[in-house]
Design a binder for this molecule. Structure first.
Ligand code: TXA
Ligand code: MG
Length: 355
């Protein structure tokens, strides 16, 4: 399939792109588009065949439901059976923004969009191009992250091109996204509401809006542990780089010592080896590594939002370099740190070593 790739630009150019992209969505095609979190791979959420195409393009298991994106709160009511009071409060506080809510679905939402479930995930993104595209299409847009299934979510237009060129109708390339981590998912069909996936809207922020909140216990369990996550997508090995990736937890200096030892060993065996660290720890590695080892910093340890936004890019960069072994550090699990550790653990296949 020929994929039309359009780079965004001036207001006039963007309007023209949106107009064409809207036509593709209305005629049952697939368009990858930017949101404030990560790029989405969109189709008409109410068109059974269109949403089935998404699964094929991503190589996504058909039991993994899609998020329906809306551009106005008034688009929610037709998609759901009821809007619980807690949901009203959360929407008031965090929409438009990086929060997805799970509702009981109405009859018009096909089971192909919801992975066979009777619930539907809905998000109102805070992004002009995403919202203009939804308005232009005139329907909710079902969109998972626009990566091949199992790969890190795309945070740059080029990541989408790398994964989806030739597989979908159109890609809107808007460069880098603002946040770089997928939305927080909250199930509001249960009382109290339950966090199914951590994100930029943190546990602490949610607790300020609705006092009672629970957390899906499976979030931090290895898939083999037997607890089934309530968000089906959380059970798959995700965000995975091609390399063997392990993360090390403990005192920063001890962690660095262990990583230096192990990374040098692998590099001596002739393996392409990388280390993921933060600005504040770069000095712990300086002058102590075999010179072929690639060290990448995620940024400032005290700016976790920035770190969260770099994770997927760094994992993809290591893939492009053909890295075979990656050694990484862990982060505090407070606030956004919880989401960072959730994604890192999944990327590392839960390979975490206490030092
Ligand atoms: O920020 C985001 O959420 C991005 C942008 C594009 O909006 N989208 C995204 O979609 O991350 P995706 O498909 O990669 O992740 C959606 C997650 C999956 O883990 C899926 O299982 C879960 O949401 N999900 C969707 N519908 C659900 C439902 N009805 N019940 C439980 N989990 C659901
Ligand atoms: Mg995804």
């Amino acid at each position: 399939m020929n994929t039309v790739i359009e780079k965004t630009g001036s207001g006039t150019k963007n309007r023209e792109i949106i107009c064409r992209a809207g036509k593709v969505i209305r005629s049952g095609g697939l368009v990858a588009f930017p949101t404030e979190t990560v790029y989405g791979l969109g189709a008409n959420a109410l068109d059974r065949e269109a949403s089935e195409k998404i699964y094929r393009a991503k190589g996504r298991p058909s039991d993994n439901p899609l998020i329906v994106h809306i551009a106005d709160k008034s688009m929610l009511a037709p998609l759901v059976k009821e809007i619980p009071e807690a949901a009203e409060k959360l929407m008031e506080a965090f929409w438009p923004g990086p929060m997805t809510l799970i509702f009981q679905k109405s009859e018009i939402v096909p089971h192909s969009t919801t992975g066979g479930l009777d619930t539907v995930a809905v998000r109102f993104p805070n992004h002009k191009i995403a919202c203009d595209l939804i308005q232009e299409s005139g329907v909710g847009i079902a969109a998972p992250s626009a990566n091949l299934s199992g790969k890190p979510s795309p945070t740059e237009g080029q990541h989408v091109i790398d994964d989806m060129d030739g597989r979908i109708d159109m890609i809107i390339d808007d460069g880098k996204v603002g946040m770089g981590l997928e939305s927080t998912i909250i199930d509001v069909t249960v009382a109290p509401p339950m966090i199914l996936r951590p994100g930029f809207i943190t546990y602490e922020m949610i607790k300020e809006v609705i006092n009672d909140i629970q957390v899906d216990k499976a979030i931090f369990m290895k898939p083999e542990a037997g607890l089934k996550p309530k968000a089906p997508g959380m059970k798959y090995r995700h965000y995975a780089p091609a390399a063997d990736y392990k993360i090390y937890r403990g005192d920063a200096e001890e962690v660095a010592k262990t990583i230096i030892l192990l990374a040098n060993e692998k590099a001596d065996e002739g393996k392409k080896t990388g280390i993921i660290t933060v600005n504040q720890h770069l000095n712990l590695y300086e002058g102590k590594l075999n010179r072929d080892i690639i060290v990448i910093s995620l940024g400032d340890l005290y700016k976790p939002e920035k770190i969260a936004g770099q994770l997927f890019k760094v994992l993809r960069d290591f893939d492009k370099l053909g890295t075979e072994y990656i050694f990484g550090e862990t982060f505090s699990e407070e606030h956004v740190g919880w989401a960072i550790m959730n994604r890192l653990m999944k990327a590392a296949g839960y390979n975490i070593v206490d030092v």
